[in-house]
Every structure is written in C-alpha cells, then in structure tokens.
Design a protein around this ligand. Structure first.
Ligand SMILES: [Ca+2]
Ligand SMILES: [Ca+2]
Length: 246
C-alpha cells in the first residue's frame, strides 16, 4: 500500500472517532472478585468498590441478564458502588456523554421511592469514602413511579447518590415500567447545549425523564455510581458502556 493510502485510511478513522469515543466498557468477562458478601471489590475494566461504605461484590452467571459473567452487588442501606475512568468533560455545545448498562434484580422488589439510583460523578479521591458532584437519576423499581434527575453537589455530607443535598432537576416525574426480576437496559445522556446541560434517561429505550440544568457546575466526570437508596438488596449489572461525542 502506498503511504498516501494510509493517509486516507487515517482520515476516515479520525472522522469516525469524532462520532463517539468509548470512554469505558465493562462486560466483566475478565473480572476477578475479592472479598466477602459484605465487603469486596471487582477488578475488571474498572475497579468496582463501595463508595459510601463497603459493599459486597460477586461475579455471577446470570443467563437471564446475558452470557458470561455479570457483577452482583450486595448493598447495605445507603451504600453505593462505583468505578472510575479517565475524566471526560462537556466543554463545547454539542458535547455528549452517553451511559448504558443492563441490570436485573434477582428477587422481586418492594416499593421504595428512589430505590434504584445511578449517575455520573466527578469524584475527588479514592479510598474508603469518596465524595464528588454529579448527576443522579432515581426510580422506584417496584412500581416504576417517580423517575427523577438531580444534581448532587460535592458537600461535606459525603452522600453521593443521596442525602439531603441533591438539587432536583426533574422531581419524581411520570411513571415508567416496573421492574420485576427480568433484565432491563438503562441509558442516560448528558449533553451540553446553549441553555445548559440536558440530562435524559431511558428504561428499555423508552424515555423516563428529561430536564435541563441551566446552572450546571458539573462539566467533568470520572466515575459511574450506582445504589439502592435505603434498601438492603442485591442487583446484577452487566455491559456498562460509556461513550463521549465527539
Ligand atoms: Ca458479562
Ligand atoms: Ca449528596
């Protein structure tokens, strides 16, 4: 091949890369779990561990969720699990971050407001307790009621995915599909526009909530965080994919 052809190839590759770049991807296929049902970590594409307190993390085969290993998280009340990745920023109008993951509750859920929570944060430090600011989304998984979006600031509360400090953007909107023990896919996007950061999330590709943070102070994100609010329960997750456009 002539050098000029390599040049053409490189141009096309660069052009495609401007569409969407993968920031983080974890299918847990090469993951290792250490610890116990109450305190542990999963090392795979990410280093998954408890945020506000220790959580139990296991690797399980969950054919209802998909092939191969999935991560099972055992939450004590008011806990979270997180992994970090190389920071991404919403710098220019049109910049967009998309997060997708699949999840399944192994057992039927009882009603609990905000009983499933997830979001993107900019975490300050890694250790037993982390803190940071970001966008969190919630829903009552048992009823599908109250899908919400909040900005969760970095305060001394150290309560990522909860506490008294989140500022509602969409406060308990409509009703989404309830969760049983079947698998679901959740997608959410953060997009910088002229009037602020647009946040939207979908359950099984059906829009659940969308809003605008006109006074966004969160532009950089380096962590995916998930929790079950005050509930003590387990959830399986798989195929976490984070992309940034351009
Ligand atoms: Ca998997
Ligand atoms: Ca908080």
């Amino acid at each position: 091949m002539k050098p000029s052809l390599f040049g053409v190839t490189a141009l096309f590759t660069c052009s495609a890369a401007l569409q969407a770049n993968t920031v983080f991807q974890d299918d847990f296929s090469k993951a290792n779990a250490t610890g116990s049902e109450k305190a542990g970590t999963v090392e795979s594409s990410g280093n998954w561990q408890g945020g506000r307190s220790a959580v139990g993390v296991d690797l399980v085969a969950d054919p209802a969720l998909g092939a191969g290993q999935s991560m099972q998280i055992h939450f004590p009340p008011n806990a979270s699990v997180y992994t970090t990745f190389e920071p991404v920023s919403l710098e220019n109008v049109g910049d967009k971050i998309e997060v997708k993951f699949r999840c399944r509750f192994p057992t039927e859920q009882g009603p609990a407001i905000s009983g499933l929570r997830f979001g993107l944060y900019n975490v300050e430090d890694e250790g037993k307790t982390i803190n940071g600011s970001g966008y969190m989304m919630t829903i009552d998984p048992a009823t599908g009621k109250g899908p919400s979006i909040s900005f969760d600031p970095n305060t001394s509360e150290k309560t990522m995915l909860g506490g008294s400090d989140p500022v509602p953007i969409v406060a308990f909107g409509g009703t989404a599909k309830p969760f049983g023990t079947e698998a679901h896919i959740i997608t959410f996007t953060l997009e910088k526009a002229a009037d602020g950061v647009h946040i939207a999330w979908s359950l099984d590709n059906v829009p659940s909530a969308q809003g605008v943070d006109a006074n966004s102070s969160a532009t950089t994100f380096n962590a995916f965080v998930l929790g079950l609010g005050g509930r003590t329960d387990s959830i399986n997750i798989d195929d976490v994919v984070i992309t940034k456009t351009p």
